[in-house]
Ligand binder design. Structure first.
Ligand SMILES: O=C(O)CCC(=O)C(=O)O
Length: 285
């Protein structure tokens, strides 16, 4: 069984574990003790071999079949599928929204009430560069925060980057300053020297808090880089100005996937969107 499956399986068994008195203990979330420690310390985690080769190849071929303009030097030319377009191309892209590993991570890092804030893809040709260092707005960014309270981690915007190309160490791509999501000082001018490259093998899932100071390192891979990114917010907030997908695209999704597209709110009784129920997405047993 691949490693991430074992991790989710452990989550499920921990959720129903009983202590020595026979009392059922509280669910502990989606991460092992080591992953929880690493995420709190570094602000990101990489899970390898989450998507198998046929899935990676199929999603790549859907992207290739869209006839997108060639990736270029600018961010605009490197990004595709924004505003929910990608989710309309193939149900395989919708399946990533509530992939079991994504749900396990959301449960631990956002909590049960969650929205998909926005999703898009990145392609980079060899030799091109990307976005420089960026992160939350200081001193406190109410849409992109990381807090730790009473043993629980909470992220204001949680990014999941699914790699559809083979990123090897030294290829460039995602870079970050590990631990910067907990920093107490503004990012100094010389901070580039602290950037660490994070390799993304094909089929891997990189999860990071947008409170982490991060960037795109110029791509030196032999093939084109391709990743699709899904960014989740707690149900009370929105980072993006628009919905993550149009209603007709959401209508074609599963009932659980549709729950990710509620507008930002917490209460239920005063909502003008009577059709929405803020039911937490749950992991299939
Ligand atoms: O994966 C990358 O190149 C970085 C993406 C990024 O900067 C972001 O999602 O905010």
């Amino acid at each position: 069984m691949v490693e991430w499956r074992q991790r989710v399986k452990r989550l499920m068994s921990e959720a129903s574990r009983r202590d020595e008195t026979g009392e059922r203990t509280e669910p502990v979330g989606g991460l092992s003790a080591l992953d929880r420690y690493r995420f709190d310390l570094a602000g990101y985690l990489v899970f390898e071999e989450v998507l198998d080769r046929p899935t990676v190849e199929r999603l790549r071929s859907v992207i290739d079949s869209r006839g997108l303009p060639p990736a270029g030097e600018t961010i605009q030319r490197q990004r595709f599928g924004q505003a929910g377009q990608m989710l309309d191309w193939d149900p395989g892209f919708c399946d990533l929204i509530d992939h079991p590993l994504a749900l396990a991570l959301i449960g631990e890092l956002i909590g049960p009430y969650v929205r998909l804030d926005h999703a898009y893809g990145i392609t980079m040709d060899p030799g091109t560069s990307g976005l420089g260092l960026h992160g939350p707005i200081e001193p406190f960014d109410s849409a992109q925060y990381y807090v730790h309270r009473m043993g629980v981690m909470r992220c204001g915007l949680l990014a999941m980057s699914w790699s559809l190309s083979d990123g090897r160490p030294g290829d460039g791509g995602f870079g970050c300053i590990p631990g910067s999501h907990r920093a107490s000082y503004p990012v100094p001018a010389e901070a580039d020297s602290l950037v660490v490259e994070v390799a993304q093998p094909a089929g891997s899932l990189l999860v990071f808090t947008e409170a982490l100071v991060h960037c795109t390192i110029p791509w030196r891979g032999t093939d084109q880089r391709c990743a699709v990114l899904y960014k989740y917010s707690p149900s009370s907030t929105a980072w993006d100005a628009g919905p993550a997908a149009l209603p007709e695209v959401v209508a074609a999704m599963s009932e659980r996937q549709q729950r990710f597209f509620q507008p930002p709110f917490v209460g239920t009784s005063m909502s003008s969107h009577g059709a929405y129920m803020n039911k937490p997405p749950t992991i299939d047993p």
